[in-house]
Ligand binder design. Sequence first.
Ligand SMILES: C[S@@+](CC[C@H](N)C(=O)[O-])C[C@H]1O[C@@H](n2cnc3c(N)ncnc32)[C@H](O)[C@@H]1O
Length: 311
Amino acid sequence: MFKWMTRRLPPPGAVFRWSCLPQPERLLELAESAASSPANAAELCDEFSAIITSIWINDVNKRTARGRLPLTLSAIVDALPRGIEKVRCLDLGASDGVSTHDLVCLLREQLRVPVSACAVDLHTRLIRHDGRWLREYRTSDGSPVLLRVGPIGLRLGRTLSFPPAELCRTLYLQWRRLRAGLRPAQVIPLIHPLAAGDPDITVREADALQHCPRFAGAFEVVRISNLLNLSYFSRSEIEQIVGHAVTYLAESGLLVLSKNQPNGGATAERGSVWRRTGAGLRRVCDFNGGFELRDWLRQFEAGETAARAAA
Ligand SMILES: C[S@@+](CC[C@H](N)C(=O)[O-])C[C@H]1O[C@@H](n2cnc3c(N)ncnc32)[C@H](O)[C@@H]1O
């Protein structure tokens, strides 16, 4: 679908909200306003996450919001041992990091110990490329996200259901000479002001499919929410990501996998928690029926070495 590019996101319920797309530059304004006026921060921050949710990259949506993972958070709090001295969390596929911030705040409040987190996502910024009469927004690895021509916007990061729009998208993406002539003009961070402003949260642009040796044994909690979807990854890729995650856990650390599944108009969170014991995992609990691909992960429960799984 072609969209009207608006300076702000129209309020929920506005008649033509579906036909509008906020300019990504609005994210910069929101980050600045949240820093300079903490009283309005919550409202500004929700607009920030709503704009991030409107972004698609390589047919993957960056959906995010404050308070989106309450059951996952409770399951983590319940499974952490009382008397733990510090909690280091890794959030894989963290989007703008606002749900990482929710996790850090809840653990600080409930456990009253130092809590830190590393939010990892494949895409943490957009680069605006300008031409004479158009703007294209790309990720730092060059994946196309959005095209803007005057007031009209066209999503480049997802297959479009409206055939004329999909034809324009395909033709534009094939127009290599024009696209190669565009010049980088501005960097737009996709990190939520609440996460960016928390000194105990670090953000890393990385691919969960690649093993990160620096993370080995470094975390009491590794959470992967709404990333391990069959529409994004094959079974072997999902097993690879989980295999890496197991190696990132400290002894007795928790692996938490969850997914928000459509349930009428709302979504229902389903997930499972495992504890690392030696080189394998032991399942601690399931909520709402457990993580949907739980049975695939039996190989890790059976105690197969994490190192072999990560190889
Ligand atoms: C639907 S969002 C989930 C956000 C958050 N975890 C939540 O549940 O609210 C999925 C995120 O995974 C990121 N992602 C997709 N593939 C990835 C990969 N291979 N490595 C790291 N992040 C990835 C996307 O950029 C997107 O921000």
